[in-house]
Ligand binder design. Structure first.
Ligand SMILES: [Fe+2]
Ligand SMILES: [Fe+2]
Length: 136
């Protein structure tokens, strides 16, 4: 595991969306720090994980509202990716609650996947579409 660093290339140009993504980076690092600190007890890790899962879901629906409002043609496909990430994150949270080892780390890797694939590929495509529509 290694901490997250914000990259300029994560920016989609949609302020609210970028703010959410930055928030997710911060929450992921808080989880990272909790996992790696000596006083990072189970309940602290659980709290972190719950916050992340709740906020990520909130973020996805916010993003989908932007897509709906701008008639984004790739919305269906994008939603499928959101649903898959949501499902995976929820499953890991549940596993953590059931004390399955490695589930908090697993959640962390779902977030990494979001920043390696979903944001640079899918969110950016939407950002470009949204901004080009806003200019018209
Ligand atoms: Fe996003
Ligand atoms: Fe997205």
């Amino acid at each position: 595991m290694e901490p997250f660093f914000w990259k300029e290339s994560y920016n989609t140009g949609i302020k609210q969306i970028d703010r959410d993504h930055r928030n997710i980076v911060e929450m992921a690092n808080a989880l990272y720090n909790t996992i790696h600190s000596d006083n990072g007890g189970r309940s602290a890790i659980l709290q972190n994980c719950q916050k992340i899962v709740d906020f990520t879901e909130e973020h996805f629906s916010r993003e989908e509202k932007y897509m709906e409002a701008s008639d984004f043609p790739g919305m269906e496909e994008h939603k499928i990716e959101h649903d898959r990430l949501k499902e995976e994150a929820r499953k890991l949270l549940l596993r953590f609650e059931l004390d399955t080892p490695g589930s908090a780390t697993g959640l962390y890797y779902v977030l990494r996947e979001m920043f390696i694939e979903h944001i640079p590929e899918s969110d950016k495509v939407f950002g470009e579409y949204y901004l080009s529509k806003a200019k018209k």
